[in-house]
Design a protein around this ligand. Structure first.
Ligand code: FEO
Ligand code: CA
Ligand code: CA
Ligand code: CA
Length: 600
């Protein structure tokens, strides 16, 4: 019987053995080339990476930290030359800065199992801010290898200080004004960009996710934003930026958190352009923003809000996409309808508009205008009784089969299951597949089913539903990013499989969705110990997959000059350089088939 499923599978590669060690591993017959590492030059005149003497000025010219979303914008339809766009989601101070964990801190941390690091100074904070944001860099295939083009005219670093413009219905609203910006339209920087997208017109979209963690301090007594901020977990207090930059301290700049949590659009063809925060797409912990052109020409963006019990959204532009006229599309994201999903027991899904004046979204409920609906998107969706999900991460439409794939990473706090989130204490997550009515991505109804419940199928209590053809290497937990390649095949990358819990690292799995093979998964690539897998980004010809290895070596138990690098029992890593004087470095990897040809 295995023969039948194997012939039905759309994948054909030798599976990687699941496990854990210091290095990354790709399927036999493929090459995995480290293309861009934290600290690598983005410009020809950038300084060499010197991790023991890092500076804000150097970091602003170098590849940032914790690469998450990776997109490829082809030059002249080429699959061998184009712009790589990469989000730098966050920073891991304990892995970046030598000596940050003192011996006393280590002893305390070992005793209580908690990491303790030295307080930040201003220079460290400014390096962290410069390591956030994104990178736009020209790359080119040279023989079998990819190379960065450091002279690329469009190369750019975007950071937590880059001037940006707020646009769309909420722009200019009083709730977005600060002492530094009386217009409510000019913001400095973008933070915690997790996944993202590339639009049909070739712009780069960055999704601001866990923005709450950057704020400290307390709102003034009785401040009008108190309930709003509570719904978003502001202030999260994970960073010390507010000690040196007043805008991240609620006591000093109470409206600043309303200027984050948006989707940012970047015109990559003009490195001097001002990135735009497109408020029409709502304010929440945006995971990604993958898009597709609907049959009538409107463009649909699928959006996840990554928090336990939060929602799945989509945005449908009012205007239509104009092929071959890039300029005509450049402000499509300022006008359209934002919808939130309700997944019903009968297998139907309804997309409910978040439109001011409709249903409960009125002044009686505190929404004076569409700006209020967008600034408090979560509260608006609560009132519409959207379905609380198990942490919506990446969502990707498939133009080949007309369906949409929703990664739901986990939710160990779920006690009340619903049809679309059926497991209590859902540790391993699941994938929901939506079929929009008549394949119309811009429509307001559809059906849904669960493609797979994740986890180890050999442990009955886990309740995993991979196909029986899935090997012991092929199952995964905690789906996070995904990609539908140009042949309509689904690839899933994971965040959270740890050596201690599952004896395996995160990685990239190929997932059949059609015919007898549906629900069969197999492991294509796995990351070094402690890392998370982001991407993949396939080139249009499917000859290259770019993947992002995020926070290698994180989560460990021992320390050295660069923080915690020893992860699990005696296992440690210095990936990818494996040099004593180099820290672990988050990196983008280019995977190609030996001798060329289609991957997978
Ligand atoms: Fe940054 Fe939702 O992962
Ligand atoms: Ca991430
Ligand atoms: Ca993610
Ligand atoms: Ca995640």
């Amino acid at each position: 019987k295995p023969a039948q499923a194997q012939t039905a599978s759309v994948f054909d590669f030798p599976e990687v053995t699941a496990g854990v060690d210091a290095d990354h591993h790709v399927a036999e017959g493929y090459n995995a080339q480290v293309l861009l590492r934290w600290g690598d030059k983005v410009f020809a005149d950038a300084p060499e990476f010197d991790p023991k003497n890092q500076s804000e000025a150097a970091q602003e010219r170098q590849f940032g930290y914790n690469n998450d979303f990776v997109g490829f914008i082809p030059a002249d339809d080429s699959s061998d030359h184009g712009l790589l766009v990469v989000n730098h989601e966050y920073t891991n101070e304990h892995l970046m800065f030598p000596g940050i964990v003192t011996l006393a801190d280590q002893e305390t941390a070992e005793a209580d199992g908690e990491l303790s690091i030295a307080p930040a100074d201003e220079s460290r904070v400014n390096i962290e801010m410069a390591a956030h944001g994104g990178t736009v860099i020209e790359i080119r295939k040279d023989g079998d290898a990819w190379v960065p083009v450091l002279e690329g005219a469009n190369n750019r670093r975007i950071t937590a200080k880059t001037p940006m413009q707020l646009t769309g219905p909420a722009a200019g609203h009083d709730r977005l004004k600060t002492s530094a910006d009386s217009t409510g339209r000019e913001v400095l920087g973008t933070i915690n960009n997790c996944a993202g997208g590339v639009t049909p017109w070739g712009t780069y979209v960055m999704a601001e996710e866990n923005f709450h963690g950057y704020f400290i301090g307390e709102l003034p007594e009785g401040h009008a934003e108190a309930a709003n901020y509570e719904r978003y977990g502001v202030p999260g207090g994970s960073y010390e930026w507010g000690k040196f930059h007043d805008r991240f301290d609620l006591a000093k700049e109470p409206n600043e958190p309303n200027r984050f949590g948006w989707v940012v659009e970047v015109d990559v063809e003009d490195p001097t352009s001002t990135p735009k925060k497109r408020t029409a797409l709502g304010r929440f912990k945006h995971e990604g923003a993958e898009s597709i052109v609907a049959p009538d020409g409107r463009v649909v963006f699928y959006l996840g809000d990554d928090e336990r019990f939060d929602y799945v959204y989509k945005f449908v532009t009012a205007g239509k996409y104009t092929p071959d006229d890039r300029a005509a599309n450049m402000d499509l994201l300022d006008d359209g309808t934002l919808y939130v999903a309700r997944f019903d027991e009968d297998g139907s899904v309804e997309w409910m508009p978040l439109t001011h004046g409709e249903g409960p979204l009125t002044a009686e409920n505190g929404f004076e205008s569409q700006a209020d609906v967008l600034i408090e998107t979560r509260r608006a969706a609560d009132l519409l009784e959207a379905t609380p999900m198990d942490r919506p991460e990446d969502i990707e439409p498939n133009g080949t089969n007309g369906r949409v794939y929703v990664m739901l990473t986990n939710n160990t706090k779920r006690e009340d299951p619903n049809a679309a989130n059926p497991r209590i204490e859902n540790a391993f997550g699941h994938i929901v597949e939506i079929a929009e009515t008549d394949g119309d991505f811009a429509g307001t109804t559809g059906t849904w089913e669960i493609l797979v419940q994740c986890g180890d199928p050999s442990i009955a209590e886990v309740g995993a539903t991979f196909s029986t053809e899935t090997t012991e290497n092929g199952w995964f937990g905690m789906p996070d990013n995904c990609a539908v390649d140009s042949d309509g095949r689904l690839w899933v990358s994971t965040d959270g499989n740890s050596a201690g819990d599952t004896g395996r690292t995160d990685g990239l799995w190929a997932m059949d969705t059609e015919g007898d093979a549906r629900g069969t998964s197999r492991l294509f690539y796995r990351v070094p110990v402690g890392a998370e897998m982001c991407g993949p980004c396939p080139t249009p010809d499917l000859a290259t997959f770019f993947v992002a290895v995020q926070h290698p070596g994180d989560g460990g138990e021992d320390w050295d000059g660069f923080g915690r690098v020893s992860y699990y029992e005696d296992l440690s890593t210095r990936w990818p350089d494996f040099q004593d004087d180099m820290p672990v470095r988050p990196s983008v990897v280019a995977i190609t088939k030996q001798g060329g040809g289609r991957i997978g």
